[in-house]
Design a protein around this ligand. Structure first.
Ligand SMILES: O=C(O)C[C@H]1C=CC(=O)O1
Length: 96
């Protein structure tokens, strides 16, 4: 099941730099792992914002929630989720 997910990151300015850097590094490693497994199908930076637009391929809302809430930066993210379904005019067989 595909979900469009927008993640806006808001790290408090008073978080120590070393902690911020460690969280970003851990997030990067996890995001790359999930892309390799096929769960995180698309990851795009939103131009001009510390935000991304992603397409995630999971079994359903519970797996999505478990995945998102396990991300290192989750405590500092505002997340918006939109479920997706196949468009009848899509020519891509994997759009489901
Ligand atoms: O940078 C971001 O958009 C936040 C998060 C999502 C993937 C990643 O590497 O970090």
């Amino acid at each position: 099941m595909l979900f469009h997910v927008e993640m806006e990151v808001r790290i408090p300015h008073d978080l120590p730099t070393e902690r911020t850097d460690a969280l970003k590094q851990a997030e990067r490693i996890r995001a790359m792992e999930l892309q390799r497994t096929g769960v995180w199908r698309h990851l795009w930076r939103v131009a001009g914002r510390y935000a991304n637009v992603s397409v995630l391929d999971v079994s359903g809302p519970q797996e999505l929630h478990d995945m998102l809430s396990s991300l290192p930066l989750f405590p500092f993210m505002e997340i918006r989720v939109t479920p997706l379904c196949r468009h009848p005019s899509s020519i891509h067989d994997d759009d489901r």
